[in-house]
Ligand binder design. Structure first.
Ligand SMILES: [Zn+2]
Length: 313
């Protein structure tokens, strides 16, 4: 039976339901001093002070039909996996946790002094036995990637370790990519290790809406994660282009490669602080897709069937 690993244990794949595939819950991006992308307290969602706020955020998602979400708070992003499990228990929302290394600014110096295979073994142990001594197991590898237009040396090596962990465990591998065609380079690296294209999710696809690039990735089986939906809520004129882009990919036959999410990672993205929360897609974006001519069946595939197919192992 195919299953999905959540922070509360294994879940039958058919119970996954409507799923957001690239989000965060508790995190502290200000915790890691070499990160260049800080915006102070906006980047801190604290498991003690903000637990009730986060419960409320997920309950609104649930009321609108939400069932599951993927929390990609990787190492050194200030997550708290036990608090995330409490959040899941309090709301009934299934949470699938990511694991591994994120990107250069969040990677420790000592990584350079350890062989790739040792990093892979450490990650495989974590996937099979859980984070630390919590017993809470990850259900996806990543988000791993770069903010450059190429992979840095450390990023490439962590990616290779994570590709090896993918081969051993079967979990999907999900990524963080900026503008430019870095997704193809990343796919080349993981495929050298035998990772099938359809076990890879290309993250932040909406940051670089190039149809030819996305078709090239999809032809190799990769999933395209449009996961900053609602993040440009203060610049609404970008949204018609995104809707048209997704519509065009569906027209070309790639509906089974598309994932939708918000990448909620700042206080200002939560409903409590006036942002889109975990509900902008349900409330606003899906109606806009329907108005453009995207069928209910296609929406079901993107929000239920694709997450289930990629997360099951
Ligand atoms: Zn993210």
């Amino acid at each position: 039976m195919s299953q999905i690993m959540t922070v509360r244990g294994p879940l039958p794949a058919d119970a996954l339901g409507f799923t957001l595939t690239h989000e965060h819950t508790f995190l502290n991006l200000a915790a890691f001093p070499t990160s260049a992308t800080l915006s102070g307290l906006d980047a801190v969602i604290d498991p003690v002070r903000h637990m009730q706020i986060m419960i409320d955020e997920l309950m609104i998602f649930k009321q609108l039909g939400g069932v599951s979400l993927v929390d990609l708070t990787a190492r050194n992003m200030g997550g708290d996996i036990e608090a995330t499990r409490r959040l899941s228990e309090a709301t009934g929302i299934n949470i699938i946790a990511g694991c591994g290394w994120y990107r250069e600014a969040f990677m420790d110096e000592f990584l350079n002094f350890r062989p790739t295979d040792e990093l892979a073994e450490e990650l495989i142990y974590e996937i099979e036995h859980g984070f630390g001594n919590t017993g809470i197991r990850p259900g996806i590898i990543g988000e791993i990637g770069t903010n450059l237009l190429h992979l840095s040396a450390k990023e490439e090596r962590c990616l290779r370790a994570m590709a090896k962990a993918q081969r051993r465990t079967g979990l999907a591998l999900t990524t963080h990519l900026p503008q430019g065609g870095v997704g193809l380079e990343l796919l080349d690296v993981v495929q050298e290790h035998g990772v099938p294209g359809d076990r890879v999710i290309i993250g932040h696809a909406d940051i670089y809406m190039d149809v030819a690039y996305h078709v090239a990735l999809a032809k190799r089986g990769a999933y395209l994660s449009f996961d900053n939906i609602g993040a440009h809520y203060d610049v609404p004129r970008q949204e018609p282009a995104l809707i048209e882009h997704i519509f065009q990919l569906i027209q070309r036959g790639y509906v089974e490669r598309i994932l939708l999410s918000h990448d909620s990672c700042w206080r200002s993205r939560l409903v409590h602080w006036g942002g889109p929360g975990y509900v902008y897609i349900s409330r606003t974006f899906l109606p806009l897709l329907r108005a453009r001519g995207v069928s209910d069946e296609a929406i079901h595939i993107m929000t239920v069937e694709n997450p289930k197919r990629v997360l099951a192992y």
